[in-house]
Design a protein around this ligand. Sequence first.
Ligand code: GLV
Ligand code: MG
Length: 316
Amino acid sequence: MEALHKVVSRYGVLMRARRSTLAVPGSNPRFLEKAQGLAADEVFLDLEDSVAPDAKADARRNVVAALRDGDWAGKTVVVRVNDVSTQWAYRDVIEVVEGAGGRLDCVMLPKVESTSHVIWLDTLLGQIEKATGLPVGDIGIEAQIESARGLVEVDAIAGASPRLETLVFGPADFMASIGMRTLVVGEQPPGYGEGDAYHYILMRILMAARANDLQAVDGPYLQIRDLDGFRRVARKAAALGFDGKWVLHPSQIEAANEVFSPAQDDYDHAELILDAYAYYTTVEKRGAVMLGDEMIDEASRKMALVVSAKGRAAGM
Ligand code: GLV
Ligand code: MG
């Protein structure tokens, strides 16, 4: 079944499907065309690191044309602009949002290191929305956390704007930022031993996201021919609670959609808990009850709601 484009989270907040978040270089019209037919939950049309400096201006035009003329139905549609320290950022936002803002769900801001970066984008989006007659506040923000400074500031960043929908881990830039001794993005640095060198980073991002009712998305796995490796790394993020992961190649899409969807048994069980709990609390007025061999209470209902919301986002 096709994934729902949007579902409502347990807090009544809009949650878009983002199990697979496909990166598409804005400089490549062929990829911009092809991406429309792929089964990724989200596509982000990139103006940042996959586009060479001399190709930035053409990429903006390609992205606006692809947004206006393409068929992106059923997908979360995002453009990644350049970061606030560059000469490209303001024009990226202005050209894309003036040209095709009505087609955009979010703007992704890379290398976010302070609340002021998010507030800058929020303010600029508001000005363009007013000038072009778009509903004010409609375009969301995805913030990439991909440096030591960004991680240290992540709690404040996550609360910087009501437009924020998602925190995104950027492992490649992050590994460079902290001097991690490996060149293989997403894999454990040689010599680290048994632990998981990413655990603290992922948890920190996830806590900041959830404390502010945002989604959390893991970044890319660059060994695109190693699907087993992709699944292994994706499963860890999914197990913690992350909502999705970037995909750089069509072959990674199905794996991400599968890994970030609840197992059918878990989904069915969650629905059963919700039905049973609703019955016992309202009809029998009891708070803690037995469901088979398992005791369920209000906390079980909350856990079940999370699984159920993720399942619905996945079209279950
Ligand atoms: C993505 O932007 C990354 O740096 O990994
Ligand atoms: Mg990056």
